[in-house]
Write a new protein. Structure first.
Length: 179
């Protein structure tokens, strides 16, 4: 269910783009993300910082896209979001000495501290990778190619999550054996 909720706005964005172009698609994305956010808030009783940030960035970059009639703003939104996430993860780690992943997931996942430390770097590098490939796609590809990348590029998060699961699985098994 959560998978459907998470991909609902991008799917509507893609369909609206194919039917009516980038400007209507941007408006659809803005409204769909607001609906998604309200639904998540109602369902979970709260919003994560990432959900709040995504909503704000979509509305700011989407608003600029519509106001200035310049598609580049909505295209650059993912790069800005991913770069900000990488900086936030590393900033929290290096400046405040906090591992955000451990703080968020430590109650659910019992992992050794070195694994948490590697995971924070893996996540930050993943966000840098995603920011970089989106920037490349914006600069080098047409709008149609970028839209196809946005839709089919969701394979990267799936591969990342599966890889991360495979990485932490041995540590989870050893934890259950200890209990």
């Amino acid at each position: 269910m959560r998978f459907v909720i998470d991909f609902f706005p991008i799917l509507l964005f893609f369909v609206a783009y194919k039917m009516a172009g980038i400007y209507l698609a941007t408006a659809v994305l803005m409204v769909a993300t607001l609906v998604q956010t309200l639904f998540i808030r109602r369902l979970e009783g709260r919003l994560s910082t990432l959900q709040q940030t995504t909503l704000v960035l979509i509305w700011v970059f989407g608003g600029l896209t519509l106001l200035l009639q310049d598609e580049r703003f909505i295209q650059w939104k993912p790069t800005v979001l991913y770069a900000a996430m990488a900086m936030a993860l590393w900033g929290a780690l290096w400046v405040w000495k906090r591992n955000v992943l451990h703080n968020l997931l430590g109650a659910q996942l019992k992992l050794p501290v070195p694994v948490w430390n590697r995971l924070i770097h893996i996540w930050a590098l993943y966000f840098v990778f995603m920011a970089t490939i989106n920037a490349y796609a914006v600069v080098m590809w047409s709008m149609d190619e970028w839209m196809n990348f946005k839709l089919w590029g969701y394979v990267f998060p799936i591969i990342f999550i599966v890889g991360q699961g495979l990485y932490i699985a041995p540590y989870l098994k050893s934890n259950h054996a200890d209990q």
